[in-house]
Ligand binder design. Structure first.
Ligand code: BDR
Ligand code: CA
Length: 316
């Protein structure tokens, strides 16, 4: 039985590859896509989600727009561009994409999440957020029962060693730390697929060559995404190859052995002057608090890229 996921995204090049992976893997049923402001303003991330869903053939599932702004903090912006330095002015710069082949679902993302989860069986849905956690906390507040009902939350965000938006904080968490704090503290299992893990998922020249060799229009789009994203990663973070963060969360749901985890107590810092948005991760039990969540530690690089390459072939 394929595992049902609701993908909450802010595309974003790596969000786009996460959508592709979810759509192209036989062990996943992509039940819905919800969008949130993050890498760009909501209008752009929603449009990008629709265009990517159209590209990969995910045209018969609900797609709903969610939160325009974080819960409490001011939106991280640089003029209109949010994470423009990495994902470009559109939020998904690079190759041309098809116009959306579907209308938006009229519900708010949080309503759609609640409707699906509550109409489903116990443990039927896994939530996979790959942007700021605003929609997830809104859904929790709209219907607290979803916390018991979803199987788990497997999110891209956070880091236990070092951030990327600040030395302490990863972008998705820093974009809405109060939402993230509530999501990590809730009584469901959160798997944090953070930077420590995702920085292992880099698109090396050999990987790009394997994707190029698929030789389909979609494989060409993916190579161009990697080129655009990769060039910016190099200039902004001095990383020679771009990490495909968000697809790692989907890979964890597909096959847990691809993304190994360790139990930990994880909390989000919402007060610190220098550490706002840090995902404080206690593997040793120093705080004496129960290990409430999981932190991803080790990627099976070859198995991860095999999943991506198979998915590209599948949707092509
Ligand atoms: C996260 O931030 C965004 O720019 C990416 O899409 C990813 O979700 C990495 O820090
Ligand atoms: Ca993202």
């Amino acid at each position: 039985m394929p595992k049902k996921i609701i993908l909450d995204v802010d595309p974003g090049h790596d969000d786009a590859i996460a959508i592709l992976l979810a759509q192209g893997n036989p062990d996943i049923e992509l039940a819905a896509i919800t969008s949130v402001a993050g890498n760009q303003i909501l209008e752009k991330t929603t449009y990008n989600a629709q265009r990517v869903a159209t590209l990969v053939g995910a045209t018969d599932i609900p797609i709903a727009a969610g939160a325009k702004y974080p819960l409490m903090r001011e939106q991280i912006t640089d003029g209109e561009v949010v994470a423009g330095s990495v994902h470009g002015v559109s939020g998904l710069d690079g190759p041309e994409l098809p116009e959306p082949a579907m209308d938006l679902d009229p519900r708010h993302a949080a309503e759609l999440i609640v409707d699906l989860v509550m109409a489903g069986e116990q443990d039927e849905y896994t939530l996979v957020p790959t942007g700021p956690l605003t929609n997830i906390v809104l859904a929790m507040r709209l219907e607290p029962k979803i916390v018991d009902r979803v199987k788990e939350v497997v999110l891209m965000g956070g880091a236990y060693t070092q951030g990327n938006a600040t030395p302490a904080a990863e972008f998705n968490i820093l974009a809405d730390p109060e939402a993230a704090a509530a999501v990590f503290a809730a009584e469901w299992q959160v798997t944090m697929v953070g930077l420590d893990l995702t920085h292992q998922a880099v698109a090396t020249p050999e990987i790009k060559e394997r994707i190029r060799a698929i030789g389909t229009p979609i494989s060409r789009v993916v190579v161009e995404w990697l080129d655009f994203f990769g060039a910016n990663y190099d200039s902004v973070w001095k990383m020679p190859y771009p990490p495909i963060h968000d697809a790692c969360a989907v890979a964890r749901v597909i096959n847990p052995s691809v993304v190994q985890v360790k139990e930990a107590f994880i909390a989000v810092e919402t007060q610190g002057k220098w550490t706002y948005g840090e995902t404080v991760t206690d593997f040793l039990g120093s705080y004496g608090l129960p290990f409430n969540n999981l932190a991803a530690t080790t990627l099976d690089f070859d198995a991860f890229w095999d999943l991506i390459i198979d998915a590209i072939k599948q949707v092509s």
